[in-house]
Design a protein around this ligand. Structure first.
Ligand SMILES: Cc1cc2nc3c(=O)[nH]c(=O)nc-3n(C[C@H](O)[C@H](O)[C@H](O)COP(=O)(O)OP(=O)(O)OC[C@H]3O[C@@H](n4cnc5c(N)ncnc54)[C@H](O)[C@@H]3O)c2cc1C
Length: 314
């Protein structure tokens, strides 16, 4: 069975995991690379026999990249097309599904061949596993991050490189990356921080984040927030923690004025400790909290900062 894997970057662990996962289903592994900066020498080590390199599509454009893969599928007729369960992997595979009118299963943990194939996949930001059947030809799926460990093959075959030029319409290029801007940030990043002080709707306003920023700075941490906050325009999306934000694993997560919705918790469940501050003792965040302060963050957070300052000046 031939399996085609959309490889975002062979140096990236999640693409390596997708190739490892694909070997469990197919005995002939093809890779497709689009906008790749260099010839992917490392592919053979993960069992790829043929690498298809799409020419002329350097900037990321999900519909155009999907169109390139649709054309390749028509020529090579793989039994399955897979990608890593990354933003791009899921987006490109979803476009392939739309273009070919086939179902697509995102974030799969395991798959057993069959007609239809049986699979287990991650749903709801990791809070449940779903057993499902996948119909369609080819099968379209992405591999959940860390569903398998990346493993090289014992005896890599010679890698054949085949370049192709897809015919992409202007409509497929409407959504594309035109330029990149680095996020302006002072201090430690959300993903690297040992301490994250996060604010939710309970903070009340953009200006209300002054107390959150102050505590984060005192602790050498980063500021996070919930989606209610980014939706209100109080903080940029880069600060959002959760299923559709950043997933973090600090030593301690200090959640202020956050109710604890499943989609928020999906982003901070990797935290070693959780301190929640909320006046509503019934808030669901307390079910996950190691430490709880039932109170108004506008009183509690400045009080913590003041105590830290006092202790440091003593
Ligand atoms: C597909 C999808 C994806 C999503 N992705 C995300 C995501 O990535 N991240 C995310 O956060 N959400 C996400 N959401 C939204 C999520 O469901 C919640 O709506 C959101 O997390 C709620 O944010 P919140 O806790 O700040 O607000 P609320 O749920 O309104 O909670 C506010 C809390 O503040 C408390 N509060 C009020 N006043 C004070 C005070 N003075 N001091 C202290 N506490 C106070 C209240 O008691 C309440 O518990 C997603 C939703 C969907 C459907």
């Amino acid at each position: 069975m031939t399996v085609l894997v959309f490889v975002e970057n062979i140096d990236d662990e999640l693409s390596q995991q997708a190739l490892t996962f694909a070997r469990g289903l197919g005995d002939e592994l093809h890779a497709v690379l689009i906008g790749a900066p260099a010839v992917p020498a490392g592919l053979a080590a993960y069992g790829v026999s043929i690498a298809h390199l799409a020419a002329g599509l350097d900037a990321y454009a999900p519909a155009a990249w999907a169109q390139a893969i649709v054309e390749l599928v028509a020529r090579t007729t793989p039994a399955a097309v897979m990608g890593p369960g990354t933003d791009r992997g899921n987006e490109v595979l979803a476009h392939i599904a739309a273009k070919t009118d086939q179902p697509m299963a995102a974030n799969c943990m395991s798959i057993a061949a069959g007609d239809p194939a049986s699979l287990v996949r991650v749903r709801w930001g990791g809070s449940l596993l779903e057993e499902a059947r996948l119909h369609g030809s080819p099968m379209l799926l992405t591999v959940a991050p860390h569903a398998v460990a990346a493993e090289m093959v014992a005896e890599p075959a010679d890698l054949v490189l085949e370049e192709f030029t897809p015919s992409v319409s202007n409509v497929d290029l409407i959504a594309r990356v035109c330029e990149r801007a680095s996020a302006v940030s002072a201090g430690v990043s959300l993903t690297d921080a040992d301490v994250v002080v996060s604010g939710g709707r309970g903070v009340g306003s953009a200006a209300g984040f002054a107390v959150i920023e102050e505590l984060a700075e005192l602790l050498g941490g980063a500021v996070g927030c919930s989606r209610a906050v980014t939706s209100a325009g109080w903080r940029p999306h880069t600060d959002q923690v959760g299923q559709t934000g950043t997933k973090i694993s600090p030593e301690i997560y200090i959640a202020c004025g956050i109710s604890g919705a499943t989609q928020h918790m999906a982003g901070c469940k990797g935290a070693k400790k959780l301190l929640a501050i909320n006046p509503d003792g019934e808030a669901s965040i307390f079910a996950s909290a190691d430490y709880a302060v039932i109170g108004d963050l506008h009183e509690v957070v400045p009080a913590i900062s003041a105590e830290i300052r006092k202790a440091r000046s003593a």
